[in-house]
Design a protein around this ligand. Structure first.
Ligand SMILES: [Ca+2]
Ligand SMILES: [Ca+2]
Ligand SMILES: [Ca+2]
Length: 351
């Protein structure tokens, strides 16, 4: 309740006249504790290294000091949303391990790969899918690992890669399965440097798009190539990668298909538990594989707040609310700009 100043003044005046029982009267005022944000907010041991969420100029891995606020404003965003467990991101990747930092969030998945190609534990140990899932969804304030973009979203692991390889058949089947399982977002950190042509992979992407899912994919890790498919498909958001200075990563593929950029250099995230769920290992990864899940986690925030929005509307909000970098307006490196989750959520809450 807001009390008008005039009422307060009158009340103080009346109270101070009771000087036989009240010695003096004054207004109490709220104060602040002077702890810096990155020290106090999260107890997750690797949070301070997560410049992508909150860049305070920290020097991650001794690769140089960052540019303050060259980040997705993940810290500010938490004031507006903590995520929703009614939203699901399909992680189309290698396996997503039952890492303790993803506890309770992993739905029963599906394997599109092992019945098409033989696989071994070799690729499982890479932990690629677990790292992608961590960026989007690791739990906050659990004294484990990192802080994900979204703390409640469910994860649907769709294994499409094994033996460190991936085929368009396994990927396409996984995309169709993710759509049929009604995943809201398809997170795709893989691709092929091939032109956009008709075929099974394209058909699968269109099937998922027309079923209402938001498709998010990494642009690729070769600056001399065109944006990879499926990222280059018009129905898919293509995400390039930036560093802690908001510069395009030197490995990032770019081109006119880029929708957004997001942090992709020296990203600390989860890795394989090697079968031991108590294993809490984290690792640094670089690549557009790890920039695109920032966007998936952000999209899941929007869908949690406004479930009636279409995937196209969510995409549009993310693009319009991004921070323009490079040349003014759209450019081939950053697309519409670098993701800003806080601004996206402000847009959603105050359209
Ligand atoms: Ca910031
Ligand atoms: Ca954590
Ligand atoms: Ca620009």
């Amino acid at each position: 309740m807001h009390v008008p100043d005039v009422v307060i003044v009158t009340a103080l005046d009346l109270l101070s006249q009771q000087n036989d029982i009240i010695e003096s009267v004054e207004i109490d005022r709220p104060g602040k504790l002077f702890q810096s944000v990155n020290e106090s907010l999260f107890n997750d041991p690797n949070y301070r290294q997560q410049y992508g969420l909150n860049n305070i100029g920290q020097n991650v891995r001794n690769n140089g000091y960052g540019l303050p606020d060259a980040d997705v404003d993940g810290y500010e965003a938490l004031r507006l949303s903590r995520g929703s467990n009614s939203v699901t991101i399909a992680i189309l990747d290698t396996e997503v391990d039952e890492h303790i930092d993803l506890q309770g969030r992993i739905l029963e998945g599906w394997d599109s790969f092992s019945d098409t190609i033989e696989w071994s534990d070799e690729c499982h140990l890479v932990g690629h899918g677990t790292g992608v899932a961590g960026v989007a969804a690791a739990a906050e304030n659990n004294r484990v690992g990192i802080v994900g973009v979204n703390w409640k979203v469910k994860l649907l692991p769709i294994r499409i890669a094994g033996l460190c390889e991936i085929t368009q058949l396994s990927a396409g089947r996984g995309i169709i399965m993710a759509a049929d399982r009604e995943a809201d977002i398809l997170q795709m950190s893989f691709g092929w440097y091939e032109p956009v042509v008709e075929g099974f992979l394209r058909d699968a992407s269109l099937y998922a798009y027309y079923s209402g899912a938001l498709l998010v994919a990494s642009s690729g890790n070769d600056p001399n190539q065109n944006v990879a498919i499926p990222a280059a498909y018009p129905e898919v958001m293509a995400i390039s990668g930036t560093d802690n200075l908001d510069q395009l990563a030197d490995f990032s593929t770019f081109g006119p298909e880029i929708s957004l950029a997001a942090p992709g250099v020296d990203i600390v995230t989860l890795t394989s538990t090697q079968g031991d769920p108590q294993r809490r290992t984290t690792v640094f990864r670089s690549g557009t594989s790890f920039s695109s899940p920032y966007v998936s986690g952000a999209a899941a925030h929007i869908m949690g707040l406004r479930p009636e929005l279409s995937a196209d509307q969510v995409r549009s909000i993310l693009e319009k609310s991004s921070d323009d970098l490079g040349s003014v307006g759209f450019d081939n490196q950053y697309g519409n700009g670098r993701l800003n989750i806080f601004k996206a959520l402000l847009w959603v809450l105050n359209p």
